[in-house]
Design a protein around this ligand. Structure first.
Ligand code: 3PG
Length: 306
């Protein structure tokens, strides 16, 4: 009997877990659960005899793959799979999948929520500003970027986007202005919402040079990954340009330095919560188990990323 483990340091909503368990058992598989674990050793122990794992931002390292002797598939219930060592998984013939689009709306709503929050001075009671008529630049026009554009248009924002892999014509079909480069996006827009994955090309790519191009009162909203920011350079430019603000759903490595120097000009969620809604948990969690069942029953590898 195939054994499936849900290993989530940050747990899914209870309804999502119940749904995953039900689908697992209806498929004739065994269900196991490891939530809120605090030490890697707990994960290493839990994976020992499993054939499939569902994770969130949990790290699947070569050590975990080594411990999981029977592992055939890992599904990251979510979009970004930078937490999975793809090379090591491939070397061990382990299929890795994500569940694209399933938690995108939750992240997009949070991006707009963060924009309102910073525009209103972190709800400090003083006069703030509105999003209506402001220029928003969306960096990477994937599932989340598209939804951010849609919601931002509801706010009456002027929406721009750049994506190296999406043709301008596709972006323009949505009534969004396509620009030719990341630099042009930063030059044009007061608000920049980041939706790029963290990979070798994008790590530390949001740097001083780009941020210094932003119009007055520039705001960067990061619901992507902390790794895409060059934090040292962001600290530098925020010291020089006292109008720039940074809001992030991921606490940066240098959080204390931002706190020391830039009161009122930053906000960081204590724990990444973009995808932390009941709806996103249910959508992504059930998609993950359905993909695992299809993989074991029919050999389906539709969402394979390695
Ligand atoms: C994703 O890549 O899907 C999001 O960053 C959500 O991550 P989480 O499942 O750890 O909340």
């Amino acid at each position: 009997m195939k054994k499936i483990l849900v290993a989530t340091e940050k747990p899914f909503a209870a309804e999502a877990v119940e749904g995953i368990k039900k689908i697992t058992e209806e498929a004739g598989f065994e269900f196991s659960l490891l939530e809120k674990y605090t030490d890697k050793s707990e994960l290493l122990e839990a994976v020992k005899d499993v054939n499939g794992i569902i994770i969130r931002s949990d790290k699947i390292t070569p050590e975990v793959l080594e411990a999981a002797k029977n592992l055939e598939i890992v599904v990251r219930a979510g979009a970004g799979y930078d937490n999975v060592n793809l090379e090591a998984a491939t070397a061990k013939n382990v299929v890795v999948m994500n569940t694209p689009g399933q938690n995108s709306n939750a992240v997009a709503e949070l991006a707009l929520g963060m924009m309102v929050y910073i525009a209103r001075g972190l709800f400090n009671g003083k006069s703030g500003s509105e999003l209506l008529g402001k220029k928003l630049g969306i960096l990477a026009y994937g599932n989340v970027g598209r939804l951010v554009a849609k919601i931002a248009k509801g706010f009456g924002m002027e929406v721009y986007a750049f994506d190296a892999f999406v043709p301008a014509g596709k972006i323009e079909e949505d009534g969004v202005k396509a620009v030719g480069s990341t630099a042009e996006l930063f030059e044009t827009c007061q608000y920049i919402s980041l939706h790029i994955p963290a990979n070798e090309q994008t790590k530390k790519s949001i740097n001083k040079n780009l941020v210094s191009k932003m119009p007055k009162n520039g705001v960067i909203i990061n619901t992507a990954r902390k790794e895409v920011i060059n934090e040292d350079e962001l600290l530098e430019i925020m010291a020089e340009r006292t109008d720039i603000k940074y809001v992030s759903d991921i606490t940066p490595d240098n959080a204390e330095k931002f706190a020391e120097k830039f009161e009122g000009r930053y906000f960081f969620s204590p724990k990444k919560m973009g995808a932390q809604t009941d709806e996103a948990n249910i959508n992504a969690g059930l998609a993950a188990i359905n993909q695992i069942v299809k993989f074991f029953k029919d050999g389906d590898t539709t969402f394979k990323v390695n």
